[in-house]
Design a protein around this ligand. Structure first.
Ligand code: ATP
Length: 216
């Protein structure tokens, strides 16, 4: 489902961030990505999301050669990728409903479709009753759930999360990881960058460790 073949990445004149990285992830798998600060975790996620291009090698997602898509093709490709950030990046002035609806509105979905999908996405993260609230009325863990609802509302085939529990306490972190796992169980391929070694070792999913530009 996600395959990296001999991927190299460097930014401008810097040293290589990723050197000859190859791996593949099955559809419906859940995998963690670890590594020290600066190891290249976010860079690797951005390559999969089509937000950066490799200098060498191929990134293939769902059979699509992402690294060779033309710039005008990338926005269409990105619609199948859900992204969850550490700082959930909700818009304070918009209701929870409107925050989750945003990617659908940008993609031109009908109002009826938006209504149906947003309520279903909020229900999938246990927040169907919070649609009319605003972000500041929710706890940190609930706000992160809204971020996940927004990431899955367009039914992506891939969900990538960059430190999704970085600002949460251990109990809420376990909840969020459990929620992400539920999406993998219905066929979404999930890749999560995390520093939280203790938590991810306890969860028992495969771990890719980035060190010195390679997967160890
Ligand atoms: N847009 C950019 N331009 C130049 N250098 C960059 C850019 N993005 C990242 N880098 C550099 O690439 C390296 C890897 O960064 P990246 O953010 O991928 O690491 P990370 O493992 O996600 O780190 P952290 O855990 O601190 O978020 C770092 O040295 C960083 O400074």
């Amino acid at each position: 489902m996600i395959e990296l073949r001999h991927v190299h990445k460097r930014y401008s004149q810097q040293k290589d961030v990723l050197k000859n990285v190859s791996f593949s992830l099955e559809k419906g798998s859940m995998t963690f990505l670890t590594g020290q600060s600066g190891a290249g975790k976010s860079t690797l996620l951005k390559l999969i999301a089509g937000l950066e291009r490799p200098n060498k090698g191929d990134v293939v997602v769902g059979g699509e050669p992402v690294s060779s898509l033309k710039n005008w093709e990338l926005p269409y490709y990105r619609r199948q990728i859900g992204v969850v950030f550490q700082d959930h990046q909700l818009i304070e002035e918009l209701s929870i409903f409107d925050n989750v609806a945003l990617p659908l509105r940008v993609s031109g979905y009908s109002d009826l479709d938006i209504q149906r999908r947003v309520i279903s996405a909020l229900a999938s993260v246990g927040l169907a009753d919070s649609a009319v609230n605003f972000p500041s009325q929710l706890s940190g863990g609930e706000q992160q759930r809204v971020g996940i609802a927004r990431a899955v509302v367009a039914k992506p085939s891939v969900l990538i999360a960059d430190e999704p529990t970085g600002n949460l306490d251990p109990e809420l972190s376990t909840d969020i990881m459990g929620l992400l796992h539920r999406f993998s169980q219905v066929g979404v391929t999930v890749l999560i960058a995390s520093h939280d070694i203790a938590l991810i070792e306890q969860l028992g999913h495969p771990i890719l460790h980035l060190q010195g530009g390679n997967i160890r």
